[in-house]
Write a protein that binds this ligand. Structure first.
Ligand SMILES: Cc1cc2nc3c(=O)[nH]c(=O)nc-3n(C[C@H](O)[C@H](O)[C@H](O)COP(=O)(O)O)c2cc1C
Ligand code: SF4
Length: 393
């Protein structure tokens, strides 16, 4: 499958063209077009965007909210930064179209704490759009009004989870909420709220301008459109690559110039670890969920050091609200150090820890604790030096 540039193409649609088209449609038709495109959210969880918008549009409650998740905290991810740097007009246009679609006049961009230098560029794009009557009061002379503000996070990974993000925006400690209610019914200040990733919003003007059939023509089956991947680690050309959904990991690594691959971490620390024998696997929600971060490790790397590093991250970032995540990550880190230092006498000793990993996946309240054991299971199963040989558990 060939490399395909849509979001990152040099020639971008004229600012406002998609918004003009959307405002000529009913709000329900805009939601329908996005739903028909089959686009799934680009923040990692892959929830269908059109369905989320439909639910928020149908929810009862005043002052609906459009929130852009620009927290970008997953280790190894930097594709949203590129979009914010170079394509903020399209992001704002996508948010404005979302506002029209769900009946909202207010958007917030929740920006990663480490990206404050991007605020002036985003605010300049906002002012340009206001000057051209594409944002603000009475957009294009009609009745629709929409504006955005930027709020900075404070550096917590868990605040990328949409309900912690909302808590943080409300000025509270950033901890995940119980669901239901879901944000589409009761989100920011109890208002119906959509939270979408930067890349999700940037896709919207393209879908509206070119139509859902065109979008469905990109990708494979129900994995429609293109996807951005932040590639880092042991590659010749680290950077952001845009491929059709359903491309293989091998195709992506060829573009980035990876050699002597030992393992690839797909989807960040909370994603899936694959080995050199699995490069035919596809970047799609049916196989390797394409969160955006792809970290390559060549054979010079000690994967137990990598695992220790990931688990230290999770221990540090767990909000501590629920026991499987708060205690489980500490236990997995302890046993990882034991394996690395050769203090595991038999493979039998590890059984309890694989069971703990399952309990964490099932019993944790949010995606952090539900996914943090993935790297432990994958790396120990496939790559760890254990009594009797490598991996093979
Ligand atoms: C611990 C954790 C961190 C997350 N970090 C981000 C993030 O930085 N950016 C993001 O868009 N989604 C992140 N998510 C996913 C969000 O909860 C949510 O699914 C997403 O913003 C929805 O947008 P989308 O449907 O457009 O993907 C995170 C989830 C978890 C559990
Ligand atoms: S899974 Fe972890 S991060 Fe999520 S609520 Fe529980 S303790 Fe907090």
């Amino acid at each position: 499958m060939a490399e395909m540039r849509v979001l990152t193409a040099e020639l971008q649609p004229e600012a406002g063209a998609a918004l003009k088209k959307a405002l000529g449609m009913t709000a329900a038709d805009v939601v329908f077009e996005v739903r028909e495109s089959g686009m799934k959210g680009r923040g990692g969880a892959g929830f269908p965007t059109g369905i989320k918008w439909n639910l928020a549009g149908a929810a009862s409650g005043a002052d609906k909210m459009v929130i852009c998740n620009a927290d970008e905290g997953e280790p190894g991810t930097f594709k949203d930064r590129l979009l914010l740097e170079k394509y903020s007009m399209q992001l704002l246009e996508g948010m404005t179209i979302a506002g029209y679609a769900i009946g909202s006049s207010k958007g917030i961009i929740y920006l990663r704490a480490e990206y404050p230098y991007l605020v002036p560029a985003i605010m300049k794009a906002r002012q340009d759009l206001i000057d051209r009557k594409l944002m603000g009061h009475f957009i294009l002379g009609g009745n629709f009004t929409f504006d955005v503000e930027v709020r900075l996070g404070a550096g917590a990974y868990v605040c990328g989870e949409e309900t912690s993000l909302i808590e943080s925006l409300e000025g509270k400690r950033g901890e995940p909420r119980n669901k239901p209610p879901f944000p589409v019914n009761s989100g920011y200040l109890g208002r119906p709220t959509i939270v979408n990733n930067v890349e999700t919003f940037v896709n919207v003007p393209h879908i509206i301008l070119n139509g859902s059939d065109w979008y469905r023509g990109l990708g494979i089956g129900e994995n429609t459109g293109t996807k951005l991947f932040s590639v880092s680690g042991d590659v010749e050309k680290p950077g952001v690559y845009e491929l059709q959904m359903g491309s293989t990991i091998g195709e992506l690594l060829d573009l980035a110039g990876a050699e002597d691959v030992q393992a690839v971490q797909v989807g960040g620390a909370s994603g899936i670890t694959i080995t050199a024998g699995e490069l035919e696997r596809t970047l799609s929600f049916d196989d390797l969920p394409p969160g955006g971060s792809v970290i390559v490790f060549d054979r010079s790397r000690d994967m137990m050091d990598v695992l220790e590093n990931f688990l230290e991250f999770f221990v540090h970032e767990s909000c501590g609200q629920c026991t499987p995540c708060r205690e489980g990550n500490v236990r997995l880190l302890d046993v990882t150090r034991s394996i690395r230092d050769g203090r595991i006498a038999s493979r039998e000793e590890l059984k309890d820890f694989f069971m703990l990993a399952e309990i964490m996946k099932l019993g944790s309240k949010c995606g952090l604790g539900q996914t943090s054991p993935n790297c432990f299971v994958d790396i120990v199963t496939k790559l760890a030096e254990l009594p009797g040989g490598k991996g093979g558990i």
